[in-house]
Every structure is written in C-alpha cells, then in structure tokens.
Design a protein around this ligand. Structure first.
Ligand code: 5RP
Length: 261
C-alpha cells in the first residue's frame, strides 16, 4: 500500500506524522477533519498502540469520530473535555500570517469551535496549500437553511464594499440536493479569488443574519507543518518566529494503512 501513495499523500502523511510528535501523554486533543487530518488520526492511533500513549480526542466531524473510534483513539465531546491542549487540523489555504481558509470538507463550524477552545493549533498541509494571499480557494460560509437565498443575497451585497477580486457565491451541493453539514446547515462558497483584508471579511460576514460562521481562521493557528512528497517537512512557528526543516522517514507500518482499502 505504501508504495502506491502519490507525492501529495506522502506529503500529507509526513506532515501529519511530524505534527503528532507534539502530542504528549495525557493531552486533550482536537482532531481535525479531511484527508490530512485522517493521516494524523492514523499516526496517533499508532502511537497509542505502540507507546501506550494516553490521550482524549475531540473530533470535529462525524467522519473523524468514526475514524477515531475504528482505530481505537479514545474520544469525548467538547463539552466533556471542556478545554484542549492542542488541535491538529488541515487547511485549504494558509498565508504568511498563518491565517487560514478552512471548510473544504464542510466541517468549519466544529473545527473553529474546537481550535478556539485549544491552547495551541497546529495546521498540517502539503506545500500546495501555501499562498501569499488568501482567496483562490472558495471561502466556505456556513448558513442556516431558513431563508438561505436571502442570506446569499445579503452576502453578495456585503461583498461589494470589501477588498475582494470576485463576488460569485454558490450553494454547495451534494448531488442534486444542498450539502447538509453536521450541524444541519448549508454551505455557501464565496469565489473571491483574492481576499485583500481577511480580518475585515471574517468580521463583516459574521454580522449577517443567517450566517453561522465563516471559514477564515485568523489568529488561531500557531504552527504550520508543511509536508513535501520527498519526506521533507518544514515547521513554521508564528509565535516564535522560527522555521526549521526536518525529514520524516517514509516507512509507514502496515498498521497505518489498516483502515484503508
Ligand atoms: C475540512 C477542512 C480541511 O481541513 C481542509 O478542507 C483540508 O482538507 P484536506 O486535508 O483533505 O486537503 O477544513 O472542513
């Protein structure tokens, strides 16, 4: 199985593996959602099996909860865990300030609540997620289904006054029906192309009635671990102002792939 991984998956794997080195015995952890976060859950499960590491994970989606359960990673609700030591999650884009776009996997609401309830957030990503300015990836906004077309129109109107390149918005679909999030909401994707002032966009969007939360994560991420297809990882710490390169031996055990087809 390992030999079949493409360079992007290898990059995601090594980023996830390096990030799980931050996990210490007894920690309460936010478990992100997406393909990179899934590698992190597998790496964590391996440390639990091999080192007897004791952790409590708080999943950010039903998908991650199912994966964690299937791999024997103990989980709890955020209300039970209350405050977390660390959240490790993926991202759709990150900029030089470690501002993020998240929600490509439609889990942004739980992801933002969990990351905000953590002492530290580490983002794991392949190098393609790094951008000089956010916005090429459509910005997901979670809205309640009631009056969603009115909410969409209000979002489009609000964007007129903001420093963005484009203002097209679309309802995210799941086949012929609107995609429904874990919190029973809809997602509107904002195809902005370039976001000049992410902080302003994030604040203004959340003032619109019907908007539950937006996918801009600002001043939440502390560290990004960037994986490369050849096993290199770059660890960038925004608080320390440091950047260091590392190398992760790409030798995942069969156990790592146990849950995969
Ligand atoms: C889910 C997310 C994911 O972290 C983001 O979409 C990145 O996913 P992947 O690791 O599969 O590229 O925000 O809502």
């Amino acid at each position: 199985m390992a030999a079949e991984l493409n360079p992007i998956d290898k990059a995601k794997f090594v980023a996830a593996k390096r990030a799980t080195e931050y996990v210490q015995d007894g920690m309460k952890l936010g478990l992100g959602t997406g393909s990179t976060a899934a590698w992190m859950v597998r790496c964590l499960a391996e440390r639990i099996r091999e080192e007897g590491l004791r952790v409590t994970g708080v999943p950010t989606s039903t998908r991650t909860a199912e994966l964690a359960r299937s791999l024997g990673v103990p989980i709890a609700s955020l209300d039970d865990a209350k405050w977390l030591d660390l959240t490790i999650d993926g991202a759709d884009e990150f900029d030089p300030n470690l501002a993020l776009i998240k929600g490509g996997g439609a889990a942004l609401l739980q992801e933002k609540i969990v990351a905000t309830a953590s002492d530290q957030m580490i983002v794991i990503a392949d190098a393609a997620k790094e951008v000089s300015q956010l916005g090429a990836f459509p910005l997901p906004v979670e809205v309640i289904p009631f009056g969603w077309q009115t909410t969409k129109a209000l979002i489009e109107e609000t964007l007129v006054g903001l420093d963005v390149m484009n203002r097209d918005c679309s309802l995210r679909m799941n086949g012929a029906k609107p995609l429904i999030t874990d919190e029973a909401n809809y997602i509107i994707d904002l195809h902005l192309k370039r976001i000049g002032n992410p902080r302003q966009v994030a604040m203004v969007l959340n003032q619109i009635p019907g908007v539950v939360e937006n996918g801009l994560f600002i001043d939440i991420c502390d560290i990004v671990v960037i994986g490369h297809g050849d096993g290199r990882v770059t660890v960038r710490d925004i608080n320390e102002g440091t950047e260091a390169d590392d190398f992760i031996e790409f030798a995942p055990t069969d156990n790592i792939f146990a849950d995969m087809e």
